[in-house]
Write a new protein. Structure first.
Length: 183
């Protein structure tokens, strides 16, 4: 597998739009970039001065990430975690001020993701919906959200932002939510 080292990949728009509320939520606790890949979203937060824990299964992607954050070593922690096999028990409940999940869906982890956030913590979650096969991969329904599914998991939380539909550049079918865990 070839991994391209993008020196400054652009973070997701929903993250940029809500960076200030994430920063406030992470004033004393780190953010978790879950299934981080090469870390584009967490790197953005770390460059804004926040402490960030990166978690992924891929040695190759974590190696790329390690090189990208050498200058941020005082605020980053990189963890190799097989979330689908081992779950998220490596992290204590209430540990994070924010959790970021992008382009990743493993439904059994949703209760663990909820538990990882401290009361008042911010969740930013974005992944593909069942309409995505019209535009490309992924096509496996196990990795695609059903209509209203994402909001249904977190609808009782304070929803700061939600979207479900087709985004342009690149054209893809996604759902995203930014919400605050109840105090």
């Amino acid at each position: 597998m070839m991994i391209h080292d993008h020196t400054d990949p652009q973070p997701a728009g929903v993250l940029l739009d809500h960076a200030e509320v994430i920063r406030r939520s992470c004033s004393s606790l780190p953010a978790l970039d879950l299934a981080c890949g090469i870390g584009r979203n967490g790197i953005y937060l770390a460059r804004q001065g926040m402490k960030v824990v990166f978690a992924d299964i891929s040695f190759d992607r974590l190696n790329v990430l390690h090189h990208a954050v050498r200058d941020l070593s005082d605020r980053v922690l990189i963890c190799r975690v097989d979330m689908e096999k081992d779950g998220l028990d490596v992290f204590k409940p209430g540990t994070f001020g924010a959790v970021l999940v992008f382009r990743y869906l493993h439904r059994p982890l949703i209760p663990f993701i909820k538990d990882l956030l401290a009361p008042g913590g911010i969740l930013v979650y974005e992944t593909f919906t069942v309409d995505q096969p019209k535009f490309g991969k992924p096509t496996n329904p196990d990795f695609l959200l059903n209509p209203g599914e994402l909001e249904g998991w977190f609808g009782s939380w304070e929803v700061l932002h939600r979207f479900e539909g087709v985004q342009e550049h690149p054209r893809q079918a996604v759902a995203n939510i930014v919400c605050r865990k109840p105090e």
